[in-house]
Design a protein around this ligand. Structure first.
Ligand SMILES: Cc1cc2nc3c(=O)[nH]c(=O)nc-3n(C[C@H](O)[C@H](O)[C@H](O)COP(=O)(O)OP(=O)(O)OC[C@H]3O[C@@H](n4cnc5c(N)ncnc54)[C@H](O)[C@@H]3O)c2cc1C
Length: 448
C-alpha cells in the first residue's frame, strides 16, 4: 500500500524546496520522498500509521521559521506540514480560552485575542509565519516572556498523534488538572520527536489597559547591565526587559523612532503594563531605576508611539541580517548574575574568529541572541561564524546556562544535550523517546 492510498490526493505534494529547509541557514537542505499537508487529524494519524508500518522517517513542519534546523528532513522520508490544519475550533472570549489547530499562525491567535479585549502573551519574533504547533514544539518565548512566561505556560491541553498513529489528548479546556503525569508538558518543547501536535487549548488573559515602555540609553555595556540589575532589584515586575548592545544599535539605530542621542552605545527596553494606575506607577519606578548614569531615557506614551517602538524592536533581526547578508543568531540563556559575562564575551569571541559580533535579547530572562555576521559569498567567513557559535555554546555551559533558551536543540545543537544533562539525565531522555517512538522515526537526528 503506498502513501497515496491513505491520504486525499490534494494533501500529497512532491517534495519541494521550501519544505526541505528552515531559517537556520548553513546550507543545510534535507531530502524527502513525499510532503503531506493533511487537512484533518485523522489524516495525520493515517500518515503516521503508514510511516510506522513502512519504517519511514516522519518530520513535522510548522511555519519553517525555526533557527535550529528542527524542521529539516535530514533523514529523508515524509515531511508533514500543518498549514491546512488551521481552524479555530472554539473561542470563548468570556472564558479567556481558545481551541486551535496546530497550523494557525501565532499572529492570527494574537489578533483574535486582541480584537476581543484579550491577550495571548507569547510573542516570538516571526509571528506572522510561525504556527502554534511549532511554538509548542519549541516552547517559544519572546520579549514579554519575562512577565508572562513561555508558550507552554499558556497551553492547558494538547491533542497529538503519537506512534504508531494514535490520537491522544492531554489536558483540555481546564485551568487546573493534576490527575496524570504531566505528558502535556513533555510534548511542549519536544521538537516533533515524541508526537505530532494537532491542536491545543490555549489560556488567554484580559489585555492590559496600558502598556508603557521605558527605554534607557547608556554609554557602554557596563552602565547598561548595571541599569538592568537595578530594574531587577527595584521590586516592580516589568512585562519585558530587553537589551541591545553597541553594534546592534549601530546597525539598527537609524530607524529607532525617537532618535538615538549621541554617545548612546547600549539600550535597555523595559515595559510597564496593567491597569492604567498600576502601569503608570510601575513606569515611574522603571524610569527611576533606569535614569542613573543614563545618556537619555525615553518613555513613549501613545499607542502609536508604543507600537512603533515594538515594531522597530521586531525589525532589529532583519536590520542585522541586512548588514552582510548572513547572520547566525543564537539563543543561549544564563543565570541572571552571568548576563554581564555574556554581553562582554560576545566581542571577544567574535574577535577570536575574526567575524563581526553583536548581542541583543531578552535580558530579564538571561536569554541572549549573540549574533555573528558573515557574507554568504565568503564560505570561510561563514565557517568562522559557525565556529564562533560553538565557542558560545561552550561559554553557556561554563556560565551554568543552556545552549537554548527558546529556539530548541534541533539539528544545529545536536550532541549538546548530553553535555548539558550528563549521562544519567540524557539516558532518561533516550528511554522516554523510546516509549513514545520505539522505532525512532519521528524527526530523526534532532534533539537527542
Ligand atoms: C526573525 C525571527 C525572530 C524569532 N524570534 C523568536 C523569539 O523571539 N522567540 C522564540 O522562541 N523564537 C523565535 N524565533 C524562532 C522561531 O520563530 C520559533 O522557534 C517558532 O516557534 C518556530 O515555529 P514554526 O511554526 O516556524 O516551526 P518550524 O520551524 O516549522 O519547526 C520547529 C520545530 O517544531 C517542530 N514542529 C513544528 N510543528 C509541529 C507540530 N505541529 N507538531 C510537532 N512538532 C512540530 C518541527 O519538527 C521542528 O522541530 C524567531 C525566528 C525568526 C526568523
Amino acid at each position: 500500500m503506498d502513501l497515496a492510498s491513505v491520504v486525499a490526493p490534494e494533501s500529497l505534494l512532491e517534495p519541494q524546496g521550501r519544505f526541505l529547509s528552515d531559517l537556520m541557514g548553513r546550507g543545510v537542505v534535507g531530502r524527502a520522498d513525499a510532503v503531506v499537508l493533511p487537512s484533518s487529524v485523522d489524516e495525520v494519524a493515517a500518515v503516521m500509521r503508514w510511516c510506522y508500518e513502512n519504517d519511514v522517517a516522519l518530520t513535522a513542519r510548522g511555519g519553517g521559521t525555526g533557527l535550529a534546523g528542527g524542521a529539516i528532513p535530514v533523514d529523508g522520508g515524509v515531511v508533514i506540514g500543518f498549514e491546512r490544519l488551521n481552524r479555530v475550533r472554539q473561542f470563548d472570549p468570556l472564558l479567556w480560552r481558545m481551541h486551535v489547530e496546530a497550523g494557525v499562525t501565532t499572529g492570527d491567535i494574537q489578533r483574535l485575542a486582541r480584537e476581543n479585549g484579550l491577550r495571548f502573551p507569547p510573542d516570538p519574533g516571526a509571528a506572522e509565519t510561525s504556527q502554534i504547533g511549532g511554538n509548542i514544539a519549541c516552547n517559544a518565548g519572546g520579549p514579554h516572556a519575562f512577565k508572562y512566561g513561555v508558550t507552554g505556560q499558556w497551553v492547558t491541553g494538547i491533542e497529538a498523534v503519537v506512534p504508531p498513529g494514535e490520537i491522544v489528548t492531554f489536558g483540555g479546556p481546564l485551568r487546573k488538572d493534576v490527575a496524570a503525569y504531566d505528558l502535556k508538558s513533555l510534548l511542549v518543547g519536544s521538537e516533533g520527536t515524541l508526537g505530532l501536535v494537532t491542536a491545543a487549548w490555549l489560556r488567554l488573559v484580559p489585555a492590559p489597559e496600558l502598556e508603557l515602555p521605558v527605554v534607557g540609553l547608556y554609554r557602554d555595556a557596563e552602565a547598561g547591565i548595571s541599569a538592568i540589575e537595578r530594574v531587577l532589584g527595584s521590586g516592580v515586575l516589568p512585562a519585558a526587559i530587553e537589551y541591545l548592545d553597541d553594534v546592534t544599535l549601530r546597525v539598527s539605530g537609524e530607524t529607532y523612532p525617537f532618535g538615538l542621542p549621541a554617545g548612546a552605545a547600549f539600550m535597555v527596553i523595559t515595559e510597564a503594563d496593567g491597569a492604567a494606575v498600576e502601569a503608570r506607577r510601575v513606569a515611574g519606578e522603571l524610569r527611576e531605576a533606569l535614569s542613573e548614569d543614563a545618556v537619555a531615557v525615553h518613555a513613549p506614551e501613545g499607542a502609536d508611539e508604543v507600537g512603533s517602538l515594538w515594531r522597530w524592536r521586531g525589525g532589529v533581526a532583519f536590520a542585522i541580517l541586512a548588514q552582510r547578508g548572513g547572520a547566525f543568531s543564537e539563543d543561549i540563556a544564563v543565570p541572571l548574575d552571568r548576563l554581564r559575562d555574556v554581553a562582554l564575551a560576545t566581542e571577544r569571541i567574535g574577535a577570536r574568529h575574526d567575524v563581526p559580533a553583536l548581542s541583543f535579547g531578552h535580558a530579564g530572562d538571561g536569554n541572549i541572541h549573540t549574533t555573528f555576521l558573515f557574507s554568504p559569498d565568503e564560505p570561510d567567513e561563514e565557517k568562522r561564524a559557525d565556529d564562533a557559535c560553538h565557542e558560545l555554546f561552550d561559554l553557556a555551559f561554563e556560565l551554568g546556562g543552556t545552549v537554548t533558551g527558546e529556539h530548541g536543540i534541533g539539528w544545529l545543537k545536536r550532541g549538546q544535550l548530553i553535555r548539558q544533562l550528563g549521562e544519567t539525565g540524557y539516558d532518561l531522555h533516550t528511554r522516554l523517546k523510546r516509549v513514545f517512538d520505539p522505532k525512532g522515526l519521528l524527526n530523526p537526528g534532532k534533539k537527542l
